[in-house]
Write a protein that binds this ligand. Structure first.
Ligand code: TYD
Ligand code: MG
Length: 455
């Protein structure tokens, strides 16, 4: 790039891939039509990435680094604390992404309320809503105290000035796509603006030890840069997801420099804000039909937490030459594979049947440990024979119809026991690890065939 001259480049709005010419498909993330032309001034591009105060940095010996207790701040929301890896880390930068309207602003306003309740200074910067709109939302959530300050601003310079003056403990930026830097000519929400804004907040977080939450909208159309563009810059990336029509929301961590990334937090959207769901299994199983064929309960591990979920299958005679197969909430190919195993190994004639498999509650699971449950649900619907309501099935199914072992079997069985299940069908290789478990009947199976005998 010529010195002092502005240059135009094309950025993928999904993943931030940079190119000197426009392309139809992004080589980085394979999305179509995501390239947008942006001007970057030579002055600002990529220069802001130094972290902390400007002093000469000396290398230090690993053995000399003292490991004093990391400063963790509890948000008093158990579900969020767990996803963060045990509380909010001081001086960390956290990205909260999600579809518009899913509840990101609500969640963060509630976090602000809890933190302010602990007498921590909190600054909530909104570039999307007016003070009155935030007040209306806050009224639904509850009482707030004076430690929470609101600021409606989109200019980065102004926000930086305010933060440096007020030195709050926690800052929320809602949303990163509305913020703009005067020296960058491209529009707010473009890749260069979003990156510049994030690198500024990174500097503030690390330099002043302020924990910052950034809200990022996920977009389908690519009109504003997606949160993926900045995932690599922040410490923690949380995605808030859920079915718009269902009331529960799942907070998932996809990157966490301070904890495990498999954890999820479950919330329910109510008229007075988000409520934590401390026992998601109970929540997921509410409304399960009694004595209905094709319905079975399985156990999926979400991070360190087992979650019981109902699987439903419907198998009926097909009126077309090619039978219809459909899945909601789980992998389509995997279900097809299981149906093929049932045909070949058990001799069931499913070839002229339509089959539908649904994970109840609108949740998505990819874990192979639910294979056995899917297979049993399909057979139960095919034979029109209901499965015992107090039975749960755990196990991965292989191509020769064998039932393979799964991890964390103890936690899964324990959860089933806790929720009042009386029988647990598990892989026989896992029997050894749960032989001390009392109060629940354990049946070890070696193959799908053996499991089907139980129906
Ligand atoms: P919001 O936090 O504005 O979403 P985002 O910031 O992710 O765009 O949440 C919007 C939805 O949540 C909106 O449809 C209304 C609903 N809602 C409730 O159901 N109850 C509540 O108490 C609040 C504050 C919002
Ligand atoms: Mg919002």
């Amino acid at each position: 790039m010529a010195k002092g001259k502005n240059a135009t480049v094309f950025f993928c709005q999904e993943c931030g891939y940079e190119s000197s010419k426009w392309m139809g498909q992004c080589p980085g993330c394979r999305q179509w039509n995501t390239f947008v032309e942006e001007t970057i001034s030579a002055k600002t591009s990529g220069k802001n990435l130094t972290v902390g105060e400007k002093k000469r940095n000396q290398p230090s010996a690993l053995t000399e680094i003292s490991l004093e207790e990391e400063d963790r701040i509890s948000t008093h929301m158990q579900e969020l604390d767990r996803v963060l890896g045990g509380g909010l880390v001081k001086g960390s930068l956290t990205l909260v992404g999600g579809d518009p309207g899913i509840g990101k602003s609500t969640l963060l306003l509630q976090v602000c309320r809890e933190l302010a309740g602990d007498k921590r200074e909190v600054l909530y910067v909104s570039g999307e809503e007016s003070l009155k709109q935030i007040k209306i939302r806050a009224n639904r959530i509850g009482e707030f105290n004076d430690c929470l300050k609101l600021l409606c601003e989109t200019s980065l310079a102004e926000i930086e000035e305010t933060i440096r003056r007020a030195k709050p403990d926690v800052v929320v930026i809602d949303s990163i796509q509305t913020m703009y830097h005067e020296e960058i000519s491209s529009a707010p929400g473009s890749v260069s603006q979003v990156r510049e804004a994030t690198s500024l907040f990174l500097q503030i977080a690390k330099g002043l030890g302020i924990s910052i939450f950034i809200v990022g909208h996920v977009t389908k159309e690519g009109t504003v840069a997606g949160p993926r563009v900045l995932e690599h810059m922040v410490d923690t990336v949380l995605y808030f997801e859920g079915d718009r029509h269902a009331s529960y929301r799942i907070l998932r961590s996809v990157k966490n420099r301070f904890g495990s990334t498999n954890e999820i937090g479950v919330f329910e959207m109510e008229s007075s804000g988000l409520k934590e769901v401390l026992n998601p299994s109970e929540f997921m199983l509410s409304g399960k039909p009694q004595e209905a064929s094709g319905s079975i309960v399985v156990c999926s591990m979400e991070g360190s937490r087992p979650m019981l979920i109902e699987i439903q299958a419907l198998v009926c005679h097909s009126s077309f030459g090619i039978p219809r197969r459909q899945t909601i909430g789980t992998d389509f190919n995997r279900v097809n594979l299981l149906i093929a195993v049932l045909e070949k190994r058990l001799g069931l004639s499913l070839g002229n049947c339509d089959a539908y498999v649904n994970i109840a509650g609108g949740i998505k699971i990819q874990e192979p440990a639910i294979d056995l449950g899917i297979a049993m649900a399909v057979v139960s619907s095919f034979k029109n024979r209901a499965i015992d309501d107090r039975l749960i099935a755990i196990g991965e199914v292989g191509l020769s119809g064998e039932v393979r072992g799964v991890n964390m079997i103890q936690a899964r069985v324990q959860e089933a026991k806790k929720l009042g299940f009386t029988t647990c069908v598990i892989p026989s290789v896992c029997m050894e690890s749960v032989k001390d478990m009392r109060g629940i009947k354990l049946i070890g199976v070696r193959s799908v065939g053996e499991a089907i005998q139980l129906l």
